[in-house]
Ligand binder design. Structure first.
Ligand SMILES: CC(C)(COP(=O)(O)OP(=O)(O)OC[C@H]1O[C@@H](n2cnc3c(N)ncnc32)[C@H](O)[C@@H]1OP(=O)(O)O)[C@@H](O)C(=O)NCCC(=O)NCCS
Length: 187
């Protein structure tokens, strides 16, 4: 497997990347990309020159997963968006390799932080269906994963939960915010 920057000329990879988005998010985030056209538009935006867009290619020259990132705060912060691995190849470390590669890419661009907003629209965690304004910090400290919400994947890669946006996707459907510093802490 190799990880490389997706180019506009890579038409086959672009279509495969869009198909992975559609397939990968439909179970728990059906509103994310309703059809292939919407997913293709997302890939198209990810190809803008000021973004990062990296694909994992297998030995048969097919896309197994991809990751994008958007510059914020003058390049200090990069929002990871999106990340998906082919459902047939999950649990083999590909997601980990894509995030590690992104960390390197952000570092090379002088970035400090990677941030992710990971929605919970499908009662996947204990932060859903509750009033987060009631005892917020205790709820954050005691978060439970009910249905394989990806926040746990990011925690394993050294990310921390840095907040939550209550009701981001409707009442009781929050956006869980995770962050990681990619440079050494020096004061
Ligand atoms: C989340 C995703 C990218 C992970 O990719 P992956 O290649 O399966 O991840 P890895 O194999 O590198 O997993 C690394 C570790 O995280 C764990 N993990 C992966 N996904 C997880 C999840 N959804 N919930 C809990 N743990 C998870 C793995 O079990 C593994 O743990 P281990 O090191 O103890 O064995 C992939 O499941 C996916 O595409 N999901 C659908 C789309 C999605 O959720 N994208 C992220 C939106 S913010």
């Amino acid at each position: 497997m190799q990880i490389k920057t997706l180019q506009r000329a890579d038409e086959k990879y672009i279509k495969q990347a869009a198909e992975l988005l559609l397939e990968g998010f439909k179970e728990h985030w059906p509103q994310a990309w309703p059809d292939l056209a919407a997913a293709l538009e997302e890939v198209d935006e990810a190809l803008e020159a000021d973004r990062i867009c990296r694909v994992a290619i297998d030995a048969n020259d097919n896309v197994m997963g991809w990751i994008g990132a958007i510059s914020q705060y003058g390049g200090n912060v990069w929002e990871l968006h999106p990340l998906v691995v082919d459902s047939q190849h999950r649990g083999k470390g590909i997601g980990t390799l894509l995030v590690r590669d992104l960390e390197e890419q952000v570092l090379q661009r002088g970035g400090i932080t990677i941030v992710i907003g990971s929605d919970d629209e499908d009662n996947m965690t204990s932060l859903s269906n509750v009033d987060l304004y009631d005892d917020l910090f205790t709820r954050l400290a005691n978060i439970k994963n009910y249905k394989g919400h990806p926040y746990e994947f990011y925690l394993k890669l050294g990310f921390k939960i840095i907040g939550v946006l209550p009701d981001a996707n409707g009442l009781g459907k929050p956006d869980i915010l995770l962050g990681k510093r990619v440079v050494e802490w020096e004061q």
